[in-house]
Design a binder for this molecule. Structure first.
Ligand code: DAT
Ligand code: MG
Length: 149
């Protein structure tokens, strides 16, 4: 069982795409174990994107993710990391396959709508950065689980 942090970024919230994006993950079979609307602080943004600190686009990335509210979700499932990332599509939306979130709704890397963790280790770390234990319901029983995994 893996865990991934999904962020429905400011552009997606502003464009009214929250529902359609959640639907993609939900119909894939990933289980929501935490979800909330927050305004990311600069401190949290810098922690979340710390691996990109030296990249030229770091400041822009922090400005973008803190510019407006986001939805953060913790999802759980077998192979949740790869499943979520294939549903999201390539980092550069103009290269993303049709049928992915970025391939269907986005054009440029500056406004690519969604974040998904890139490894099982980072999934655990990132979920813990955004959620307290009390905000998570890991492993709750879903009546459809036996038909999904
Ligand atoms: P992903 O969001 O697909 O995991 P990433 O972790 O490599 O991509 O980068 C994090 C974010 O940084 C990405 O969603 C958009 C931005 N970014 C990445 N590469 C970029 C680039 N070459 N120019 C501008 N922004 C970039
Ligand atoms: Mg990444």
């Amino acid at each position: 069982m893996e865990r991934t942090l999904i962020i429905i970024k400011p552009d997606a919230v502003q464009r009214g795409l929250i529902g359609q994006i959640i639907t993609r993950f939900e119909q894939r079979g990933l289980r929501v174990i935490g979800m909330k609307l927050i305004h990311v602080t600069r401190e949290l943004a810098e922690k979340h994107y710390a691996v990109h600190k030296e990249r030229p686009f770091f400041a822009k990335l922090v400005d973008y993710i803190t510019s407006s509210p986001v939805i953060v979700m913790a999802l759980e499932g077998p192979e949740a990391i790869k499943a979520a990332r294939t549903t999201i599509g390539s980092t550069k939306p103009f290269e993303a396959a049709a049928g992915t979130i970025r391939g269907d709704f986005a054009l440029t890397v500056d406004y690519n709508l969604v974040h998904g963790s890139d490894s099982p280790e980072n999934g655990v770390i990132e979920v813990a950065n955004f959620f307290t234990d009390a905000e998570l319901l890991p492993g709750w029983e879903r009546s459809t689980d036996k038909w999904i995994s």
